[in-house]
Design a protein around this ligand. Structure first.
Ligand SMILES: [Zn+2]
Length: 310
């Protein structure tokens, strides 16, 4: 493949190419295990996949790029990433459950939970069904009903819409998937374009829902706010003994700061993110006047919490 058929490579970020490679290796390793894979082999591959993914991400953590769309995972998942490495079982479980729900219903789980809270009886059975499937997987009582559509294509779109996939022509999209997708098939440009458009519509629907319902939500910690300069902020509810925190980062990247209830800002990245002027501008990016107010956007009337730390 050369010349024209490689034009997609100029449009997608190398982070996507590397992430897709890690994903493909993991899927192929899974497939090689056959129809009844031993549990310890699965968790071995799973562990290696998470670790390699994290290595790629940290290699690109400081890389500058302009996302071509919002990060789909910011809409699908509640968490901004593991709070420690290796991630706790709780974090792995939560991410798994959220992915499962999204794949099945093309709706983020946190939206379904909000609907359920608000008395939407249609949302309730969906949440129950996925929770039951989740338990089945967790206790090795699978298999569960696969989601509609091609899971590898869905995964690649979720990894890469913000990293350039949203800008490719349908021919480029097919060339890109021919090179990157673990399914090993030759891809049909038109079919891929339709899959991309369905994915984008589902994500847009989630964003629209958030925009109209935001004010009515009793618990705001389940959502992200998008500010100026390509920044996102996301509230993380109290976990275990740890207090709630608001994480802030560049869309598509890991959190760079976190804000506690008292408005203290901890810098999670390099010293260039710690300058006084940067810290002063943070609240303004979200149209509030102080970091304390930024915290209150997500936890409007947070009760007493324990000592703040990040
Ligand atoms: Zn494929």
């Amino acid at each position: 493949m050369e010349g024209q058929s490689d034009s997609w490579k100029q449009k997608v970020h190398p982070l996507f190419i590397e992430t897709a490679r890690v994903y493909r290796d993991a899927v192929q390793a899974f497939m090689a295990l056959g129809p009844n894979p031993p549990a310890e082999k699965v968790s071995e591959i799973d562990g290696r996949y998470s670790q390699e993914l994290e290595e790629v991400r940290s290699r690109y953590a400081q890389a500058q790029y302009t996302p071509t769309a919002d990060d789909p995972l910011d809409i699908i998942l509640v968490d901004v990433g593991p709070s420690s490495w290796p991630p706790s079982q709780r974090e792995l479980n939560q991410a798994f459950l959220e992915h499962l729900y999204w794949k099945r219903y093309n709706e983020p789980l946190w939206i379904a939970l909000q609907k359920e809270n608000a008395g939407d009886l249609d949302a309730l059975p969906r949440v129950f069904r996925v929770a039951a499937d989740y338990e089945r997987v967790r206790f090795g009582k699978g298999p569960i009903k696969p989601a509609k559509g091609d899971p590898d294509h869905a995964a690649l779109f979720e990894l890469g819409l913000d990293l350039g996939l949203s800008t490719l022509t349908e021919e480029e999209l097919a060339d890109c998937f021919d090179a990157a997708c673990p399914c090993g098939k030759i891809h049909d440009p038109d079919a891929l374009k339709k899959q991309r458009s369905r994915k984008q519509k589902a994500l847009q629907k989630a964003r629209d829902w958030l925009a109209t319902e935001r004010a009515k939500l009793p618990t705001r910690e389940w959502m992200a706010a998008f500010g100026m300069h390509g920044l996102y902020a996301k509230g993380l509810p109290p976990i275990g003994g740890a207090p709630p925190l608001v994480y802030i980062g560049k869309i598509g990247g890991p959190a760079l700061w976190c804000v506690s209830k008292t408005g203290d800002v901890a810098v999670l990245a390099g010293p260039e993110f710690a300058s006084i002027s940067v810290l002063q501008e943070l609240p303004q990016a979200f149209s509030v006047t102080s970091s304390k107010e930024l915290f209150a956007m997500f936890f409007p009337e947070d009760g007493a919490t324990k000592t703040e730390r990040c």
